[in-house]
Ligand binder design. Sequence first.
Ligand SMILES: O=C(O)CCC(=O)C(=O)O
Ligand SMILES: [Fe+2]
Length: 439
Amino acid sequence: MATNSGAGASTRIIIALSLVCAVVAYLSPFLLPISSTSFLSRASDHLSSVLALKSTKTASGDSVLVLPVVDLSSPDAARQLDEACSTVGFFLLVNHGAEKTAKDAASNLNRWFQWVYEGSEEANRDRLSVTREKWGYGPGLQKPGHMEEEGYETLEGVYAVGGGRQDYVVINPEASERKKRGDDYYTSNVAQIWYEDADNLWPASEKGRTIKPALEAHYRAMEKVSTKLMSLFAEALVMEEAKVSGSNVTPDAGRELYESRFAPLVDKHTSNLVNAYHTDPRLARLAPGGDAEYRVSPHSDTGLFTIIGYGDMGCEGLEVQLGDDPSKGWTEVSTSFGMRTDQPLVVNIADSMTRLSGGRFRATPHRVKKSDPGSIGDRLAIIFFFAARYDAFLEPVVKFDGGDKRLAVRAGQITHNYLTATEKDKEAFDAWVEAKAKK
Ligand SMILES: O=C(O)CCC(=O)C(=O)O
Ligand SMILES: [Fe+2]
């Protein structure tokens, strides 16, 4: 896969900052008091205070952000998560246990996408055999017209994908089997918005053969990581609630909150694994449009949180809007610090988690810039949109003074599938939600 060559001044700053971080991280066992927390969490504490989780301005006025780190193997993970998600809303997840599946997914997808873009007859046949309206391969989240002009609203913007991005969308590998068994959650009329077609499509060619096992394994690994993160979010919210109310936290409080409020929302989650491949718009022969202002417009995600793997590449082009004041502008994200570890994942809070946490965890607006002129910027993002059951009721699970009381909704009503469904299907779902609320 080709790399970007034209990132300019901000890249030099990222590299400089990464070097500083690497040195700080290397020296931190000597600089910081030895404690039971892991090396990485101490390094991240230190980074947090040194950088105050804020951006740094470059000479040209650009900003870069070294993401806060959450170490999933650390006993301090819930606190790290709370700090990152109540400030930046983005973090770098390390020691997550999905290193192998993240790497395999990236290498298999890169190989197949590159082959498809070369456009041989066999490659075109393979591409067409996995192209359809919803799951499978196609432009931006599988809706023709799901482009710059036709995005949908999120809490913090409009989600639209520019020309040149092709998504290979995979849903829960269990869904098809469950539907065949007659599970009402997948077979009912209202479920059709999500599960009208519950089968994933897979390439049949020699080149694409390994994609199915690689992506199914990665999907399952992402489910595991998400479950662990949900239990840490519960722990973090319980700690915060106790702090606000001045009460003590019982040892089981986090687990109880997870089991009573979180687990039931996600036992049949509607998460999609969206494998987003961007090429230089000039090469985007297969995509309509081709020259949008952004690769992805400014938006927040609608699910609970999003976990992104970039394989052995960085997150080039990803930018976030920090703080409450949009006039502060956009800050480039760097994953360089975490790149010292194997396959770090970028995680961001999404709208549903903002709602569940009473606004404590921030669904930070983000966007993906076009590649710089002159670069041949192939770019792969393996995006797991972790989303609740479509019938989950999203309301705050804890009460904070002054917490965000934005309208509670059914999780399904803010998903991409619902928002791009026919009016008739939407009405049927809304009526069902109302009837359920009355019971
Ligand atoms: O490609 C990326 O780095 C992020 C894409 C994104 O934000 C999205 O598709 O929701
Ligand atoms: Fe996003």
